[in-house]
Design a binder for this molecule. Structure first.
Ligand SMILES: [Zn+2]
Ligand SMILES: [Zn+2]
Length: 141
């Protein structure tokens, strides 16, 4: 069981398992030097608390970023025709995972749009765009 929450603790989620590797996404839309993301099993993903505080932003067509309207934490992103429809995929923003997941990242993706002030200094593979052959959702943005 993987559990996560936002900075202020108002919103909590759970999911049974991940369905792909953890990657460090360097796309411009993630809003950081990189954002570590991992695809979750969308069939067992549940909001446990604070659903009413969630806001969404459609950063590209069909890509929804879910964040806490109180503290601003981005908890997940989904792919689907609408924010509230059952999504095709759920991508956990790993910074908000509290427990149940400890596997290190396997690669850097969207390195083509990496911040110029950030240098990747580890030996993990780097992909210009999304992961080749990754499950839906791991590819950003
Ligand atoms: Zn919050
Ligand atoms: Zn990204």
């Amino acid at each position: 069981m993987i559990r996560g929450s936002c900075l202020c603790g108002s919103i909590r989620y759970r999911t049974d398992e991940v369905v792909g590797p953890l990657g460090h996404c360097h796309c411009q839309m993630c809003g950081a030097a990189f954002s570590s993301v991992v695809a979750a099993d969308q069939t067992t993903f549940r909001w446990e608390e604070g659903r009413e505080l969630l806001s969404t932003f459609e950063s590209s067509p069909g890509k929804w970023r879910w964040f806490c309207s109180r503290c601003g934490s981005q908890l997940i992103s989904t792919r689907g025709s609408a924010a509230d429809a059952s999504p095709d995929s759920v991508l956990l923003r790993a910074g908000c995972i509290d427990s149940g997941y400890e596997t290190p990242g396997v690669a850097h993706c969207w390195v083509e749009s990496k911040a110029r002030w950030h240098e990747i200094t580890d030996e993990l593979p780097q992909f210009e765009r999304g992961f080749p052959g990754s499950p839906p959702g791991v590819e950003e943005p």
